[in-house]
Ligand binder design. Structure first.
Ligand code: GTP
Ligand code: MG
Length: 404
């Protein structure tokens, strides 16, 4: 199984170090690479630090494509893992809503020295909002508190309270005392922590379950062109399966067409699955970038109103404001029709009902009025259930679709 993990937690609590450790201990990184990095580290006369190790990966990845999230793969004896590290808080919000949001599990990293901090709470709020229900807690830097059980229990209690305030059931959440730096309780059982009898982090991750539900076709149109008299639509299957011969309805343009052929890099396909980027040959005109294709059984529906929950990255957002909404490849005008609730993104607490405006760091449930656009419940089809709000070319907020 392929499991997507996102690491969250306050700055400096050890997320990058933990990823480095997972990669290293899983032996997913070539030995030469490790040696090379170790040598460099010696040169700089610094201790071999895993965060440093990860940074050099970041550079490698950035050459290939522009990314602001670092996703890395490793495998255990049981699963393949894609693990995502998120840098700062604002980047985190954007990333959670554009890349990392289909995470199956979130690992919350909390320093045993510092315990719960502001960003610990904000990140948990987003994890909840994004519907990631499996959360593991890694109480990190246990080496720095001499592996003391009392310190672990104190921090565990603190985190449990926060988790409960976000209505996570804490009974089933594993709390694992770890040292990312020393590699304790990540792959191998922790030295100095004989008092701990629970799972190691990798054992916990290997138990992650995901139910695969059959989902309707959603083919997101990116581009169109004509070649040798054929109409080709380029896009990505974000959900379901697209087969040759299917009759597909594209919305909001309302175009109907049979899929004459499917191609990837010049070769012909019979079908394309979720995650595939393909070109399809159709026989009707009218499809546009921003359209979403689906079949008659469960077609995509263009909406002019929906309820979303968003987090604001800008100073202020007012009722009645007009913005650009980006969802999938669609870019449409929208209006803040009503603000239903203003929410504290550190506690999840509702601060105000039907306010006229919200401020930076606030979360809010908002009724949007938009030009026709296909959006879906985030819980059903995450790729079409998250959106970014843009004002004068700047992203000022991001959110998920709660109801349509
Ligand atoms: P940001 O990306 O800035 O949010 O930080 P981060 O959460 O990725 O933390 P990072 O991995 O960069 O670690 C921050 C500092 O804590 C570094 O100096 C690490 O060496 C140190 N650190 C991380 N894990 C441990 C640990 O298990 N024990 C000790 N003693 N220090 C650790
Ligand atoms: Mg980091």
């Amino acid at each position: 199984m392929n499991v997507h993990v996102v690491l969250v937690g306050h700055i400096d609590h050890g997320k990058s170090t933990l990823i480095g450790r997972l990669l290293y201990d899983s032996e997913s990184v070539k030995d030469e690479r490790v040696e090379e990095i170790q040598k460099l580290a010696e040169e700089y006369k610094r201790r071999f630090e895993f965060a440093y190790f990860l940074d050099s990966f970041e550079d490698e990845l950035k050459e290939e494509r522009t990314i602001d999230t670092v996703s890395l793969m490793f495998k255990s004896t049981k699963n393949f893992y894609t693990i995502t590290d998120v840098p700062g808080h604002k980047e985190f919000i954007k990333n959670m809503l554009t890349g990392a949001s289909h995470a199956d599990v979130a690992v919350l990293v909390v320093s045993a020295l510092e315990g719960v901090q502001e960003q610990t709470r904000r990140h948990l709020f987003l994890v909840k909002m994004l519907g990631i229900n499996q959360v593991f807690v890694a109480v990190n830097k246990m080496d720095a508190v001499a592996y003391k059980r009392e310190q672990f229990e104190t921090v565990k209690k603190q985190i449990s309270e926060v988790l409960r305030s976000f209505t996570f059931g804490t009974d089933t959440i594993p709390f694992i005392p770890v040292s990312a730096l020393e590699g304790e309780n990540i792959y191998r059982r922790g030295k100095g922590m004989e008092w701990y009898e629970g799972l190691t982090l990798i054992e916990a991750l290997d138990r992650v379950n995901r139910s695969e539900v059959k989902k309707p076709l959603r083919f997101v149109v990116q581009d169109l062109y004509e070649v040798e008299g054929e109409k080709v639509v380029v896009g990505r299957v974000e959900s379901g399966t697209l087969r040759r011969g299917d009759h597909v309805i594209f919305e909001p343009s309302g175009t109907n067409s049979e899929i004459a052929r499917l191609r990837v890099f010049g070769s012909e396909l019979e079908e394309a699955m979720t995650g595939d980027s393909i070109g399809v040959v159709i026989n009707e005109s009218g499809v546009q970038r921003g359209d979403v294709g689906g079949t008659i059984v469960n077609p995509p529906l263009p909406r002019q109103e929906f309820l979303g929950e968003a987090v604001l990255l800008d100073k202020k957002l007012e009722r009645g404001e007009r913005l650009e909404l980006r969802c999938g490849t669609a870019r449409v005008g929208c209006e803040i029709k009503e603000i239903h609730e203003r929410i504290n993104s550190e506690t999840g607490e509702v601060l105000e009902r039907y306010p006229a405006e919200i401020h930076e760091h606030d979360a809010a449930t908002i009724l949007f009025a938009t030009k026709p656009v296909v959006v879906e419940h985030f819980a059903d089809i995450p790729e079409l259930g998250r959106f970014v709000l843009v004002k004068n070319g700047r992203s000022i907020g991001a959110g998920v679709v709660l109801d349509v």
